[in-house]
Design a protein around this ligand. Structure first.
Ligand code: CU
Length: 421
């Protein structure tokens, strides 16, 4: 557990200096295994600063006892993975927008500037606040016109992992990537201090192969599924030291639920968007279903070293854009078929008789249109990884001194499955 007080001691403590906060958010300097230090209520309460993989934490400044944040709603270009850039909308050049991190009891003032080509608002999803600060266009406030800056101000009366998103042209703006985390740490600290607190925003998109802009009119047939607006192999690994206590918070504003599964461990469900669950009521799972409109938080002890898949268990959500009209030829002898069809349909490649013969391999051999990722891609130390989309790797290591990507796990001799003798 990291003592924020300890961390910010000295000159850097004066104002939560944004550069330092950002470095903390990336996890670069988090010192693990430090013993928890009790600290008084307020802005020095004990917590591990959150880490938003492939994202960042929003810097703030203190002004007369109020934490001031600035959000700019604007179009952003987001690289989903090397080889694919998407025209999105978001905040401060990012989707999801930068994470707002504060402490129960804080008074916050959030300036929102609209640089979109249409009106917007920001709704503080799950936050208990005065009605006029709720950010619902037409209901609790006027829409923020392009070029205007509105200010929201309220006191945080609760703890919990919440979200922010527009309540103005909702269908379009959220489908384009406008959402972010709003984390309110409990002023009394957590029941179990953690070393790592990861935030993963679950999103889904409809981006036709060969195109650059999501289609917000799609109701169900999404074809790209992201962790923090990235797809595998563009998703950053989740790195933990052996025996770290790890908290992961998921948020979902998409049209589907996402059952997030991880390997080699089990976690405890410790929090919903309603706040902490009493410890006596925590329950164990290996898959956390995250319904639309909610956040869910789990905790586990990273006591099993290795490279552990961490992914949505709806199988189509753990792959990249595909043509769903591919004929099902499982079990069909296609000798000669590709050649015949290829004369009529240039570029045609039959799905393998046995299912693709390793779809990761196949999708690498099939060049897609421009700005289109292979369905499944990425290569591990043992060969192709037949997944994409909502997939990353939890890397647990003994003896590491930072949280940079440690590379592939060196399995102890005699502990890897192989051909039977
Ligand atoms: Cu999913």
């Amino acid at each position: 557990m990291l003592s924020r007080r300890k961390f910010f001691s000295g000159a850097a403590a004066i104002l939560g200096g944004s550069a330092l906060v950002n470095r903390l958010a990336r996890g670069a300097e988090v010192v693990a295994n430090q013993s928890p230090t009790p600290s008084p209520v307020g802005s020095s309460a004990n917590y591990s600063p959150v880490v938003t993989p492939n994202g960042s934490t929003l810097p703030w400044t203190m002004n007369g006892g109020v934490k001031e944040f600035r959000l700019i709603a604007e179009p952003v270009k987001r690289e989903f993975a090397p080889g694919m850039v998407v025209n999105c909308w978001g905040y401060n050049g990012q989707t999801p927008g930068p994470t707002i991190e504060a402490i129960e009891g804080d008074r916050v003032r959030i300036f929102v500037t609209n640089k979109l080509p249409e009106p917007t608002t920001v709704h503080w999803h799950g936050v208990i606040l005065p009605n006029g600060m709720d950010g619902v266009g037409g209901v609790t406030q006027k829409h923020i016109q392009p070029g205007e800056t509105f200010v929201y101000e309220f006191t945080l009366k609760q703890h919990g992992v919440q979200m922010y998103h527009p309540h103005s042209d909702e269908m379009i703006q959220m489908a384009m990537g406008m959402q972010g985390f709003f984390v309110i740490h409990p002023k009394g600290g957590y029941p179990e201090p953690v070393h790592r607190h990861f935030l993963v925003f679950l999103q889904e998109w409809a981006i036709e192969p060969g195109s650059y802009t999501p289609n917000p009119n799609i109701m169900t047939d999404f074809n790209l599924f992201t962790f923090n607006s990235r797809v595998w192999p563009g998703t950053a690994p989740l790195v933990a030291k052996l025996n770290d206590r790890v908290r992961v918070s998921f948020a979902n504003l998409s049209m589907d639920s996402h059952p997030i599964h991880f390997h080699g461990h089990r976690w405890w469900v410790v929090e919903t968007d309603g706040g902490q669950i009493p410890k006596s009521a925590w329950w164990p799972e290996t898959t956390m279903n995250v319904p639309p409109g909610t956040t869910r938080t789990v905790e586990f002890v990273a006591d099993n070293p290795g490279d552990w898949p961490f992914h949505c268990h709806k199988n189509h959500h753990a792959m990249n854009a595909m043509g769903h009209e591919i004929p099902n030829v499982l079990g069909v002898d296609q000798k000669g078929v590709s050649g015949q069809i290829g004369k009529l349909v240039p570029g045609y490649m039959a799905m393998g008789t046995t299912g693709g013969g390793g779809m990761g391999e196949m999708s690498k051999m099939m060049p897609g249109p421009k700005n289109t990722l292979p369905m499944m891609t990425g290569t591990g130390q043992f060969g192709p990884i037949d997944m994409g989309g909502m997939f990353t790797i939890l890397k647990i290591r003994d003896g590491i001194t930072n949280y940079d990507d440690p590379g592939p796990y060196q399995n102890p001799e005699g502990t890897v499955a192989g051909p039977a003798a």
